[in-house]
Design a protein around this ligand. Structure first.
Ligand SMILES: NC(=O)C1=CN([C@@H]2O[C@H](COP(=O)(O)OP(=O)(O)OC[C@H]3O[C@@H](n4cnc5c(N)ncnc54)[C@H](OP(=O)(O)O)[C@@H]3O)[C@@H](O)[C@H]2O)C=CC1
Ligand SMILES: O=C(O)CCC(=O)C(=O)O
Length: 444
């Protein structure tokens, strides 16, 4: 059995039931086979693969809080500190009922390679809770966040582990978490990113994941003789990533015709009115269906099915495994020629392979959505220097980082004889830097 297959088997046996983690590890290991076989003896001697698939530490804790009816609620809290070879652990916190240790391990594993691709000194981590912020009052969200941070504050710090937002964690939650960290530790430091602009946040962090996604998409299209102008774009989700991907796509001349949430999707052939979406989602915390109640050209359809809308470009920006092989076939049949992942692992392995085998330009999440964490790292730099850069400065740096990520993924794919396969390219380029650092630091 090859070293890669041996390690994958070990991951499945030692992490039973953690199917998303198995899926993420398999995709990365499969695309590293060529790199690994060229260095197998050395990697085996150093236990490199066995170490790279094992989180350095998982913190798991109880999060008790009191709801508005005076009842005690208890949630599970986690922080997976996956890999610190190239910098302090860095990655978001997810608040969603589906959160469990396996999902956070898959996200922490992906984050390690994504963060490496940014070229910035950040290791990989992820955390969160099965708490559902939907339908909770501000006071309940604050009570949860304070309890969560009371425990988490023991394990994080500006040079140790720097969490941020992910699904269910936006400016409101980061504010509550930051306030409690300061109260617990007495430190005013860059321990979280995505902070408000008045207390150490960076301009562009709110927009960064969505903007970065469209910057790298544009770069991929340019290198393949295409552009965004006049193209019909379908985007799933209507949260932070989806909204700012739509904004940048519109700025570059595309027509965004669809958005969704977990209840269903809207289709507006005249182009989505983003100011209204922001009002519904960011101000009222409402449902995407409300858009169709106001805009007469729009139709709301309940349930799944967003990928059956004919489009040129698809941007999955909601959650993992939201796009399967049947969706991929439907997209291709309807003329879609490019897919870039704003979410983490939104395409199943079957869908990813279908895109690669059927000539669809495909940019995987760990490259395509790296603009968020890259801008978080820029926030860390500004906090360390006690400086704030302008919107234009940060946006230009973000753009350069995304162009560089494209170049790294394309170059690694070329070097290993799989030109145009940005999945392999991103995995290889992300892996190389982490591995160099791990080999240099000995068996730790
Ligand atoms: N925020 C960031 O900077 C980054 C985020 N990402 C990834 O992007 C994705 C979206 O994150 P973000 O926009 O921040 O999160 P938000 O919480 O802002 O928005 C999430 C959106 O996805 C939908 N969604 C979530 N879970 C499901 C589900 N199980 N089924 C269907 N729809 C779902 C939500 O709908 P509903 O409201 O109905 O639940 C909502 O519209 C995630 O995969 C995240 O890991 C990646 C890099 C950085
Ligand atoms: O900004 C960050 O640190 C985290 C972003 C994130 O969670 C992600 O890249 O998936």
């Amino acid at each position: 059995m090859s070293y890669v297959d041996e390690v994958y088997e070990r991951v499945v046996n030692q992490n039973p039931g953690e199917v998303e983690f198995h899926q993420a590890v398999k995709e990365v290991l499969d695309s590293l086979k060529l790199v690994i076989s060229a260095n197998e003896e050395n990697y085996r001697k150093m236990g490199l693969l066995e170490r790279i698939v094992e989180p350095e530490r998982i913190i798991s804790f109880r999060v008790p809080w009191v709801d508005d009816n005076g009842n005690v609620q208890v949630n599970k809290g986690f922080r997976v500190q996956f890999n610190s070879a190239i910098g302090p652990y860095k990655g978001g916190l997810r608040l969603h009922p589906s959160v469990n240790q396996g999902i956070l391990k898959f996200l922490g594993f992906e984050q390690t390679f994504k963060n490496s691709l940014t070229g910035l000194p950040i290791g990989g981590g992820k955390g969160g809770s099965n708490f559902d912020p939907k339908g909770k009052s501000d006071r309940e969200v604050m009570a949860f966040c304070q309890s969560f941070m009371t425990e988490l504050s023991k394990y994080i710090g500006a040079d140790q582990d720097v969490p941020a937002g992910d699904i269910g964690v936006g400016a409101r939650e980061i504010g509550f978490l930051y306030g409690q960290y300061k109260r617990m530790t007495g430190l005013y430091e860059g321990v979280l990113t995505g902070k408000g602009l008045n207390y150490g946040g960076s301009l562009v962090r709110t927009q960064a994941t969505g903007y970065g996604l469209v910057y790298i998409l544009d770069e991929m299209l340019k290198h393949n003789g295409k552009d965004l102008n006049g193209k019909k774009v379908v985007i799933s989700g209507s949260g932070n990533v989806a909204i700012y991907a739509a904004e940048k796509a519109q700025q570059l001349g595309a027509i965004v015709i669809s958005l969704s949430d977990s209840a269903g999707y809207i289709y507006d052939e005249s182009g989505i009115q983003l100011d209204l979406v922001k009002e519904i989602k960011e101000v009222r915390r409402g449902r995407i269906k409300e858009y169709a109640d106001v805009v007469k050209t729009a139709v709301f359809t309940e349930g799944k099915g967003i990928w059956s809308i004919p489009c040129d470009i698809a941007l999955p920006c909601a959650t993992q495994n939201e796009l399967d092989i049947d969706d991929a076939k439907e997209l291709k049949k309807n003329g879609c020629f490019a897919v870039a992942e704003g979410a983490n692992m939104p395409s199943t392995r079957g869908a990813t392979d279908y895109f690669l085998e059927n000539g669809i330009y495909f940019m995987p999440g760990k490259a395509a959505n790296a603009g968020g964490v890259a801008t978080s790292a820029l926030e860390m730099s500004q906090n360390s220097q006690r400086l704030s850069w302008t919107f234009e400065e940060v946006d230009e740096k973000l753009h350069d980082i995304m162009v560089n990520i494209y170049a790294k993924a394309a170059d690694a794919a070329d070097r290993y004889g799989v030109s145009g396969n940005y999945v392999a390219g991103a995995n290889i380029a992300g892996f190389e830097k982490v591995v160099d650092a791990m080999m240099a630091q000995g068996i730790v």
